[in-house]
Design a protein around this ligand. Structure first.
Ligand code: GRF
Length: 216
């Protein structure tokens, strides 16, 4: 009987990021610091050659791939196939890998989502299903919500519609601006995303229709 080394038993993780990458950093910090012990960061892929997220990946010595999406529509199977090839080259494969969207400003095609069914997570800066889409913090302020927050969810074929894994509540203050509110939500995001990834990579999550359960 051959023994599989512990490193090879870890879930291969890819992060897709388009921007500044603060969530990426919280994830890599959680892996480095062994808060997440059953996942390994195999690759960071960006559609934006100038994304600061790429520098963060390099700082943590995680391989990076840039797939410039200029000229492609925001949702494109041609583009997604390029991503899937890169994922495969870094051993993030359907049925085994985990894909994390961390400020990824593209919409995945249903084909991509179907291939990695229940293996793609996203973080969104509101308490879904309230305020999906862009500028969620401004939407919450404009609506006059008294609380908002952030949500980690599985990605399905809709935009910000997949089964919810974890949520954190952030009260809205009367003197909040988009910036102050976004900042307090971001602090919660940096705690919440690693927690959800830990649950996933530990094999603790079960999905029952729309309900995600993490109790044994
Ligand atoms: C975060 O607010 C996240 O919730 C949203 O995009 C933003 C990404 O920020 N999906 P960063 O690049 O992780 O700093």
């Amino acid at each position: 009987m051959s023994v599989i080394p512990a490193e090879d038993r870890k879930v291969p993780v890819a992060v897709l990021a388009s921007g500044r990458g603060t969530n990426l950093e919280s994830i890599l910090e959680a892996i480095n610091g062994k808060y997440i012990t059953n996942g390994k960061a195999n690759v960071v892929i960006s559609n934006n050659p100038n994304a600061p997220a790429l520098d963060i990946a390099k700082k943590y010595k995680v391989p990076t791939v840039t797939l410039d999406d200029r000229g492609f529509p925001k949702k494109s199977w041609d583009y997604d196939q390029k991503t899937i090839r890169s994922l495969d080259q870094h051993n993030v494969k359907p049925g085994r890998g985990l894909i994390l969207l961390a400020g990824y400003f593209r919409i995945l095609t249903p084909e991509f989502v179907g291939l990695f069914d229940r293996r793609i997570l996203n973080i969104h800066p509101s308490l879904l299903p309230a305020f999906p889409g862009l500028n969620a913090q401004k939407q919450a302020l404009d609506h006059g919500a008294k609380v908002t927050g952030c949500t980690v969810h599985f990605v399905d074929r809709g935009v910000d519609t997949g089964p919810i894994i974890l949520q954190a509540v952030v009260p809205v203050r009367e003197d909040d601006t988009v910036d102050t509110l976004s900042h307090r939500i971001l602090l919660e995001e940096h705690r919440l995303y690693p927690e959800a990834i830990r649950l996933f990579t530990d094999g603790s999550l079960r999905v029952d229709n729309r309900r995600v359960l993490s109790s044994p």
